[in-house]
Write a protein that binds this ligand. Structure first.
Ligand code: PNS
Length: 173
């Protein structure tokens, strides 16, 4: 199979994450995954941590949808519970994750092994672009809500929803 003149593996890939909010690092990995795999399902986890996300599921999905409209083989959806169960439910062939640095590797390796043991599905890692190696959703949120400029780190649709939230005009549901 060829996409944009490049050979792709005809696979269904799932690219899971909290995306609270999506960053340019996430978008870069999504764009590169879309070149490698036939179909990419970007799956937002409903409850990533006990204390809950800052942005609602609807906001996170809207941010991702708006910044992936140029990628025809990418869909945005969400899942609850175990990723391994969701992977089986949608019959994904591979899980795709971004790796920013060696520090990400340890936890990602055990997660990938656990997901393979539960679902039989392997995780493929794409190295984040080095210009985004310091960018995380947590650091973006902290800087933004303390008044810092994160325009170079966050896709424009996400920045818009974040700005509305900061101005108090966009409430999560
Ligand atoms: O963007 P994040 O926070 O690094 O994404 C983490 C995510 C959502 C991929 C991970 O927390 C996850 O898969 N959660 C679903 C619950 C699950 O399957 N937990 C067991 C992992 S071995």
């Amino acid at each position: 199979m060829k996409r944009n003149g490049r050979a792709t593996v005809a696979t269904n890939a799932v690219l899971p994450g909290s995306f609270d909010p999506p960053t340019n690092g996430h978008l870069d990995v999504i764009e590169r995954a879309a070149k490698c795999f036939g179909w990419v399902t970007v799956a937002v986890v409903v409850n990533p941590q006990k204390r809950g996300p800052m942005f609602s599921l609807e906001e996170r999905e809207a941010m991702l949808r708006e910044c992936t409209t140029h990628l025809p083989n990418v869909t945005v959806t969400h899942f609850r519970g175990l990723l391994a169960d969701y992977v089986k439910e949608i019959e994904a062939d591979v899980i795709v994750k971004g790796l920013r640095a060696v520090s990400d590797f340890e936890s990602e390796m055990s997660t990938a092994l656990m997901n393979r043991s539960l679902s039989g599905v392997d995780t493929f890692f794409l190295m984040s672009d080095q210009k985004y190696s310091f960018v995380s959703s947590s650091i973006v949120k902290e800087v933004f809500f303390l008044g810092g400029d994160v325009a170079a780190l966050v896709p424009e649709p996400a920045l818009r929803i974040m700005a509305a939230r900061r101005a108090g005009t966009h409430r999560s549901t």
